[in-house]
Structures are given as C-alpha cells and as structure tokens.
Ligand binder design. Structure first.
Ligand code: IMP
Ligand code: MG
Length: 178
C-alpha cells in the first residue's frame, strides 16, 4: 500500500516480519562473536532507536548500551558532506569492545566521522552493525562494517526509525520513495 509523507510518496520495501527475522539472526551472530566480552552497543540517534531496541533484546549475555546523536541529512533526501555532531558519546570506551549500531549506511561519511572520533578514545575494538546498506552510494569502504541487515538499491527509504523530514520513524515496515 502506498503512503504519503509530506510531499513524497512511498511504497513497501521490507516488512516488519522480515526485519524481525533478520534482527534475530544478527543478534545470534553477535552473541557468538562477543562470547568473551561485555560489549558496548552505541546507538546512533535518531535513526537507529528502534533497531537497537529490538536487537539488544536478542543479546543473551551481559552488555551495555550508550548513545550518540549525529545528523547528515537534516530534512532532505540526500546526504550532506558536513556532519552535525549533536550529542557526544559520554561513556568511557577505553579498552572496551564497541559495536556501533546504525540505521543505514549511505555515503559512509557519518560512520567514517564517528569511527575516527571513537578510535581516539582507545577502545579494544570497533565494529559496526547497520540495518541497511546502500552499496552503490558508499564512497569508500568501511573495514569495521561487519554486520549488515539488508543491502538495498540507491533509493531513499523511511520507516522503522528512518525519517523523511523527521516523519515516518514510527512506521513498522520500511518503505522506499516512488
Ligand atoms: P551517510 O553519512 O551518507 O552514510 O548517511 C548516513 C545517515 O543519513 C544515516 O545514519 C541516516 O540517518 C541518514 N540516511 C541515509 N540514507 C537515508 C535514507 O534513505 N532515508 C533516511 N535517512 C537516511
Ligand atoms: Mg542515522
């Protein structure tokens, strides 16, 4: 079913059911990979808030959760080169295994910025888990990107945390712009 948000129309791309299944599978992978550690999951607000909430429920061992807020789209449908650093990560991550949780990797600029910044704080390791990846839009490879929910075309999407002009984050499914 088509939906309208502000001036744009969207159609379904990934259903809630498929997201739930994939999230479970990623959670199991994380449980296996972080067996001997207490990882810190760092959610990148706002977009990742639903994904990190669902993903963390699949983690069956001790872990911590923290947040940072960055923005690169501010309202439109194309990524900006300039990253707005709205809320810093307050937790001390020295010697910790950090897993950054993102909603989507587009150009990769946001992640490169965040990874560079967090590396200076001397964590034991940094990995990235993103629900979505647009491989065609990625400007340079991100070595730390170890977990990806779904690879999608170079298209603008909303729902399940992702917004268009701050709307659509509450949708249970992911939709793409028509
Ligand atoms: P990047 O810096 O170009 O990789 O952009 C990453 C950020 O832009 C993501 O964390 C999202 O918040 C936002 N973003 C990228 N693509 C989309 C999209 O298709 N819909 C909504 N937000 C997006
Ligand atoms: Mg984001």
């Amino acid at each position: 079913m088509k939906i309208k948000i502000a001036d744009l129309e969207f159609e379904p791309l990934i259903s809630e059911k498929v997201i739930v299944e994939r999230t479970k599978a990623i959670g199991q992978q994380l449980n296996a990979d972080y067996q001997n550690s207490i990882p810190v999951f760092v959610g990148v607000l706002n977009g990742s808030f639903l994904f990190i909430a669902d993903l963390i429920k699949e983690i069956d061992r001790p872990c911590e959760i923290a947040f940072t807020k960055l923005a690169s789209y501010y309202g439109g449908t194309t990524s900006k080169l300039k990253i707005r650093d709205d809320i810093d990560l307050i937790m001390d991550i020295k010697d910790r295994d950090v897993v950054i949780i993102e909603d989507i990797v587009d150009t990769g600029n946001t992640l490169h910025y965040l990874i560079d910044k967090l590396k200076k704080r001397n964590p034991a390791s940094i990995a990235v888990c993103s629900l979505l990846l647009k491989p065609e839009a990625l400007l340079s490879p991100i070595e730390e990107l170890k977990y990806v929910g779904f690879e999608i075309e170079n298209e603008f999407v909303v729902g399940y945390g992702l917004d268009y002009q701050e709307m659509g984050r509450n949708l249970r499914d992911i939709y793409k712009k028509i």
